[in-house]
Structure formats: structure tokens, C-alpha cells
Design a protein around this ligand. Structure first.
Ligand code: IMP
Ligand code: MG
Length: 185
């Protein structure tokens, strides 16, 4: 997709809304409550995986009441298309020692599972007090490595999706809902 696409070309690719803004908002309130009851007043460090999880992180961190710090890592496995390359690269790492923290990884979507499988291994080796994974979306049909999140807000079928932080070639992250991307038009 090039940067000179028209508004019509841009809009035509949004095939249908899969998850509305209201459904996302409701699921995030529930996830925030679950985090609060699980950590029961203990401080946590939310680690969001850029770029896709930035919108989810912004909403989730405001839905929790336990003391909370935030940090970001950037991992890349897609290089401008809709198919994973299978190569996970950490392009921005955490700046802090995590050994004193209950860490919660905040991810946008688990697809093949490779990204989180690698990130979890890397962070576990740094000996956090605990490590759990929350993902907005889970696409289990596409798994190539055996990876299960501790909590998924929505489980979706095998569609390429956009919106609410998720992109196709860097576009569509700003949509307030999750939509199916039209691969055919
Ligand atoms: P995995 O390593 O295959 O699990 O893929 C993880 C990353 O690929 C996610 O964090 C997303 O950034 C990206 N990704 C996977 N599926 C989709 C999708 O349907 N739409 C947009 N990005 C996706
Ligand atoms: Mg991601």
C-alpha cells in the first residue's frame, strides 16, 4: 500500500467491523477489575509491545487501580505486509531492571505466537517477581508455536484485522474499533 492512496481506497479496505468501540471499552473495564483482584494491591509494571499495543495500553492502564508503572518494548515481526516473516527482532528494549516487579505484558494480538514466545523467554531470564501476559486479541487458528496468554479479551477467527492500534502497512491504527481488512479489493 502506498502513501498516496485516496480516502475511498483507504475506506474500501475496511471490510466490516468485528469488535465495536463499546465492546472493547466494556472488555477493558472487566480486564482492569481482573488485574486489580489478581494483584490485590501489589504494584505492577505494565509492559506494552509497540507499536500495535499502544492504544490498548493507554486504555488498560487507566482501568486498573493497583499502583502501576508503564514501560514499552518494540518488537517487529512484520515488515510492511500481512504475513509474518517469522523473524522477531527487539528494536527497542526496556531501560529498567525488572527483578523487583510483577510484570504484565500488554499485547495487541497473538497470531503465530512467535513474538510473545520470544519476549516471554527474554523477560523471564531477567527474573521478574512474576510475569503474566494479557492480549487484546487472540487468533489461535494461526499458531505455529505453543503459546497461551494468561488472558485474552477477545478470541477471533483467522482474519487479518486492523484498528485500535493494529495496522496494515502502518495505516488504520487510529480506527476506534477492530475491523476486518479486505485482502481482495
Ligand atoms: P505473532 O508473532 O505472529 O504472534 O504476531 C504478533 C504481531 O504481529 C502482533 O503483535 C501484531 O503486531 C502483528 N499481527 C498479527 N496478526 C495481525 C493482524 O491481524 N493485524 C495486524 N497485525 C497483526
Ligand atoms: Mg504487536
Amino acid at each position: 500500500m502506498n502513501n498516496s492512496l485516496t480516502l475511498k481506497e483507504y475506506s474500501d479496505k475496511i471490510k466490516r467491523v468485528l469488535i465495536t468501540k463499546e465492546e472493547i471499552d466494556e472488555a477493558i473495564v472487566k480486564a482492569g477489575k481482573l488485574i486489580d483482584s489478581f494483584y490485590d494491591g501489589r504494584p505492577i509494571l505494565l509492559v506494552s509491545i509497540l507499536k500495535g499495543a499502544f492504544v490498548f495500553m493507554a486504555d488498560l492502564c487507566r482501568a486498573v487501580s493497583v499502583p502501576c508503572k508503564i514501560d514499552f518494548m518494540c518488537a517487529k515481526s512484520y515488515y510492511g505486509g500481512t504475513e509474518s516473516t517469522g523473524v522477531v527482532k527487539i528494536v527497542m528494549d526496556l531501560k529498567q531492571d525488572i527483578s523487583e516487579y510483577h510484570v504484565v505484558i500488554v499485547e495487541d494480538i497473538i497470531d503465530t505466537g512467535r513474538t510473545l514466545n520470544d519476549i516471554v523467554k527474554i523477560l523471564k531470564a531477567r527474573n521478574p517477581l512474576s510475569l503474566r501476559v494479557i492480549t487484546l486479541l487472540d487468533k489461535p487458528a494461526r499458531r505455529v508455536v505453543d503459546f497461551k496468554p494468561d488472558y485474552a479479551l477477545f478470541t477471533i477467527p483467522d482474519h487479518f484485522v486492523i484498528g485500535y492500534g493494529l495496522d496494515c502497512d502502518e495505516f488504520y491504527r487510529t480506527l476506534p474499533y477492530i475491523a476486518e481488512y479486505d485482502l481482495d479489493c
